[in-house]
Ligand binder design. Structure first.
Ligand code: FAD
Length: 484
C-alpha cells in the first residue's frame, strides 16, 4: 500500500482525534527521555477507546504496518521510540485517560492505560486509600507504560513491582482481538497466567488498554528521615534493625551516596542539604504509621513514633552504624528531600549536558542484599583499572536490591570511553552475574539492553520468549527491534 493509501485508510478509521501526520508535530513522540534515541514515524495515532485501538491494530496487521505503543515516553531504554525508517506508526495512549471505576470497599481501581500515574494517587488519597506505585516520572508516565515495563519505584520493598499490584488487564492483540482479563478477584486459578505475560512485555505482544489494581489503606502518617552511614554494609545493617523494630512499616529505603549529592548540588537550584556535610552513604527512609496512638502527642509532649525513631537512631549512632541523622518534622521537609531523590535522573542529565564528559553508561541492576557491598568493591576495582578517571554515580532503591549504577566517561577520551563502552558494560554485567544479580532490574530491555538479554538470559528461556512472540505476533508488527 502506498503512503497516500495508508493516509486515506487511517483517516477512514474515523478516530475521534485525527492522526498527526505533520513531521513538525512528531518531535515529542520520536525522541526518548534521555535523548539517546531518535526515531521517525509515519503518523501518531491517539485512540480514544479500546475499539479504536482494535480497529487500528486490525488495519495495521492486514497491511503489515509496524506499531510502536507509547505512554508518557519516560522509559529509559528506548522502548517507546520508533526506528529511523519512518515506516512505523506510534500509538499514543494519551487520550485514553479516564478512571473507569473505583471500589472503596474492595480497595480496587480500574483505569484506562493512558491515565497519568499521579492522577491515581490524587484520586485514591481523597478517599483515604493508597496506590503504592511511585517513581520520579509519576507526573508524566502512564499506567499502561508502567505495566508494560513492570515499573518498580520507591515502594517495592513493601508492596512489590507493578505486576504485584495488578489484578486484571484488558489487552488488544496484534490482530485487533480484544482480550478481556479485567477482574477484581484476588484468586483466579484458571490456567496459564496470561495477564503476567503482557506485563513487562514492553508493547511487543499487544497494547494494554485498561487495568484493575489493588489499593491499600492510606497511612495516617509517614515519617521521613535521612541518615549517613559509612558503607553500604552499614546501611543494610540499619535496614535490618528497622525491619525488626517496624515490621511491615518501612515504605522506602533509598541510597543517595556522596557522588549523588555532588551532582545534585551542581544541578538543583536552591537545594537544601539535609546534613551539615555531604554524606558518605546517605539513606532516605519512610516509615508508615496507621494508629493514632503512634502519631498523637502524649502527656509528655512527645509523638510516640518520632520518639521511637529518635531512640533507635541514637542507638545506631552509639554503635557506629550511622554517623549523622535528621528526622523531617513536617511534610514540606519530607517533600523537599524526596524531590532531591526523585530528581536523580534529571540531575545526571543536566550534569552530562554541562560538562565535557561525552557519555554516561546507565546500568539498572539488582543484587541479593548480602552481595551488594562485595559487588560494589569488585565493580569499583574493575572500573578503576579499565580506564583512568571514570566516575561512578550510583543511587536507588537499596531496600529491594536495585541500584542505578551509572558510569560517567573521562572527558579527555573519545566518547569518554575510548570506544570501549560496550566492553565496560559487559564486564560490569559479568560481575553482576557472578553475584547472582540481574542486569535489568526495573527499566526493562527496550533497544538498550537487547544484546545483553541475548547473552545473559537462560538460552531455553530466551528461545521460549521468541516462540511466544512469534505465536502472538506472527507478522512481527508489535514494537519491532525491542526486547528480542
Ligand atoms: C525521572 C525518572 C525517574 C524514573 N524512575 C523510575 C523508577 O523508579 N522505577 C522504574 O521502574 N522506572 C523509572 N523510570 C522509567 C519510566 O518512568 C518507567 O519505565 C515508566 O514505567 C514508563 O512509563 P511511560 O508511560 O512513560 O512508558 P513509555 O516510555 O511511553 O513506554 C515504555 C514501554 O512500554 C510500552 N508501552 C507503553 N504504553 C503501552 C501500552 N499501553 N501497551 C503496551 N505497551 C506500552 C512502550 O512501547 C515502551 O516499550 C523513571 C524515568 C524517569 C524519567
Amino acid at each position: 500500500m502506498n503512503s497516500i493509501n495508508i493516509e486515506n485508510n487511517l483517516k477512514s478509521l474515523q478516530l475521534q482525534y485525527p492522526p498527526i501526520f505533520n513531521k513538525m508535530d512528531h518531535e515529542k513522540y520520536v525522541n526518548d527521555w534521555r535523548e539517546q534515541y531518535v526515531g521517525k514515524t509515519y503518523a501518531v495515532l491517539r485512540p480514544s477507546n479500546t475499539e479504536e485501538v482494535s480497529n487500528i491494530l486490525k488495519f495495521a496487521s492486514e497491511n503489515n504496518i509496524t506499531i510502536v505503543p507509547q505512554g508518557g515516553n519516560t522509559g529509559l531504554c528506548g522502548g517507546a521510540t520508533p526506528d529511523k525508517s519512518g515506516n512505523s506508526i506510534i500509538i499514543s495512549l494519551e487520550k485514553m485517560n479516564k478512571i473507569r471505576s473505583f471500589n472503596k470497599q474492595a480497595k480496587t481501581i480500574t483505569v484506562d492505560a493512558g491515565v497519568i500515574l499521579s492522577s491515581i494517587h490524587e484520586k485514591v488519597e481523597q478517599e483515604d486509600l493508597f496506590f503504592p506505585l511511585s517513581l520520579g516520572a509519576k507526573g508524566s508516565c502512564m499506567i499502561g507504560g508502567n505495566l508494560s515495563t513492570n515499573a518498580g519505584g520507591v515502594n517495592v520493598l513493601k508492596y512489590g513491582n507493578s505486576r504485584e499490584l495488578c489484578l486484571g488487564l484488558e489487552v488488544v492483540l496484534p490482530d485487533g482481538k480484544i482480550m478481556n482479563l479485567l477482574t477484581e478477584l484476588k484468586k483466579d486459578n484458571t490456567g496459564y497466567d496470561l495477564k503476567n505475560l503482557f506485563i513487562g512485555a514492553e508493547g511487543t505482544l499487544g497494547i494494554i488498554t485498561r487495568a484493575t489494581f489493588k489499593l491499600f489503606p492510606l497511612p495516617k502518617k509517614i515519617t521521613t528521615f535521612f541518615v549517613e552511614a559509612s558503607t553500604i554494609f552499614n546501611a543494610l545493617k540499619l535496614l535490618n534493625v528497622l525491619q525488626l523494630e517496624f515490621p511491615g512499616s518501612i515504605e522506602s529505603f533509598e541510597i543517595m551516596p556522596n557522588t549523588f549529592w555532588v551532582v545534585a548540588k551542581n544541578n538543583i537550584d536552591n537545594i537544601v542539604m539535609p546534613l551539615e556535610k555531604i554524606p558518605e552513604m546517605g539513606v532516605l527512609v519512610d516509615i508508615s504509621s496507621y494508629s493514632n496512638i503512634d502519631i498523637r502527642q502524649n502527656d509528655k509532649g512527645e509523638i510516640p513514633i518520632i520518639n521511637k525513631i529518635e531512640n533507635i537512631l541514637a542507638e545506631c549512632l552509639e554503635n557506629n552504624l550511622i554517623s549523622d541523622a535528621t528526622i523531617c518534622s513536617n511534610e514540606a521537609q519530607s517533600k523537599a528531600l524526596w524531590s532531591i531523590r526523585e530528581a536523580g535522573a534529571e540531575s545526571e542529565k543536566k550534569e552530562l549536558k554541562k560538562s565535557n564528559l561525552i557519555k554516561c553508561l546507565k546500568h539498572d541492576i539488582s543484587l541479593p542484599l548480602e552481595s551488594i557491598e562485595s559487588f560494589h568493591e569488585e565493580a569499583q576495582k574493575m572500573i578503576n583499572n579499565f580506564l583512568p578517571n571514570l566516575k561512578t554515580i550510583f543511587f536507588g532503591h537499596l531496600g529491594d536490591g536495585n541500584l542505578h549504577y551509572n558510569v560517567f566517561g573521562n572527558g579527555s577520551l573519545p566518547d569518554g570511553f575510548n570506544g570501549k563502552s560496550i566492553e565496560l558494560t559487559e564486564k560490569l554485567y559479568e560481575i553482576v552475574h557472578k553475584y547472582n544479580g540481574s542486569f535489568s532490574a526495573e527499566h526493562g530491555i527496550g533497544q538498550l539492553k537487547k544484546e545483553s538479554l541475548k547473552k545473559h538470559k537462560n538460552n531455553v528461556a530466551y528461545s521460549l520468549m521468541q516462540t511466544i512472540k512469534n505465536q502472538i505476533d506472527p507478522k512481527g508488527i508489535m514494537n519491532p527491534g525491542k526486547i528480542l
